[in-house]
Design a protein around this ligand. Sequence first.
Ligand code: CMX
Ligand code: CO
Length: 139
Amino acid sequence: MSGLLTDIDHVGIAVEDLDAAVAHYQRTLGLDPVHREVVPDQGVEEVLFHVGSSFVQLLGALGSDTPVGKFLAKHGPGLHHIGYRVSDVAEALERLKANGVPLIDEVPRDGPRGTTIAFVHPKGFDGVLVELVQGNEAT
Ligand code: CMX
Ligand code: CO
């Protein structure tokens, strides 16, 4: 059986203060942001850093009643989700569904930067929130 995942697209990290976190990553890790965007759909402002063929995604909450806002209130800052790169999100969702994995998005949706994404419930992968990402090859 062939594998669904082609790469780690990004590691999503919830932070309380986005500007402070960006400055910290720049100073301590020498990473410069390659992208910053408010994504009202997801209730986040996100900053991407390029690392190899993947990204680190820092996530600030746009409000307390958003996924990241609720996560911060409950757990504090930390690892929020893993974004796996796939060649076809719809096909990946079908396979997960056929295997009884609980989905958050039943159908693919448009993500930032022209990507197609879908979230899979953390219950399906031992407490790890998974995002499937199509069309975001870092070069
Ligand atoms: N990782 C692991 N577990 C998580 C989690 C996360 N990121 N967020 C919430 N949970 C857990 C909670 O700890 C809680 O567990 P228990 O039932 O054991 O207490 C359970 O999920 C329910 O938590 P909740 O606070 O009531 O949150 P909701 O059920 O309302 O929502 C989730 C949880 C995952 C369905 C929701 O956050 C979601 O739909 N996420 C997908 C969208 C998203 O995260 N967008 C932001 C990122 C955008 C981007 O990457 O660009
Ligand atoms: Co993400």
